[in-house]
Design a protein. Structure first.
Length: 183
């Protein structure tokens, strides 16, 4: 199924067709989870937020606009849900007694070399230290493949602001990696 769903399929989805909804969940569950995991950095939280995204999607099927890009709309729901979670978490911080080691990169090929693993861990650490809005922009651009215009629509920001966020995100990651290697 392509990213931009055909109008007939979207119409079925909008009417609440459960098979169409299941097909959307199958197609987008892993990419949405990966995006959210990259934002929150904790496996269980990412699973919970991903589930909340699809619950919100189901509750809002009637609001699907057939002339708009469905994938952008879904990522906007995911972004807003993650923002809500991050705001709640800042207001009510939790104490994690047991360190969740499963939040390492879960997609590393089992035949990856030590250097590749080390570089991925360094990149993950660098991502943890940048502002969430910058992190979202860079994840949507590099990992999800959205254009500047699509990111602007998803994050409800002007195009030039998205470009600025991407530039600042790249600079923050570069600086964090540089600091890690030259300490």
């Amino acid at each position: 199924m392509p990213d931009n769903l055909d109008p007939q399929f979207l119409n079925q989805l909008k009417k609440g067709d459960i098979k169409a909804f299941e097909q959307v969940v199958r197609q987008y569950e892993k990419p949405i989870y990966g995006y959210i995991f990259s934002l929150v950095g904790h496996r269980q939280d990412a699973e919970d937020i991903t589930q909340a995204v699809f619950i919100k999607l189901y509750k809002n099927l009637g609001h699907i606009e057939l002339d708009k890009n469905f994938k952008n709309w879904l990522y906007k729901i995911a972004t807003n849900t993650a923002y809500d979670w991050l705001r709640t978490k800042q207001k009510n911080p939790e104490l994690f007694i047991i360190d969740d080691e499963e939040n390492e990169f879960e997609t590393i090929d089992e035949h990856a070399t030590y250097l590749t693993i080390e570089a991925n861990v360094d990149l993950e650490k660098a991502f943890k230290n940048i502002k969430p809005i910058y992190k979202q922009a860079i994840l949507l651009f590099y990992y999800e493949g959205f254009s500047y215009e699509e990111i602007a629509a998803i994050l409800a920001l002007p195009l030039n602001t998205v470009k600025t966020h991407l530039r600042r995100a790249k600079e923050a990651v570069r600086q964090a990696l540089e600091n890690n290697y030259y300490e």
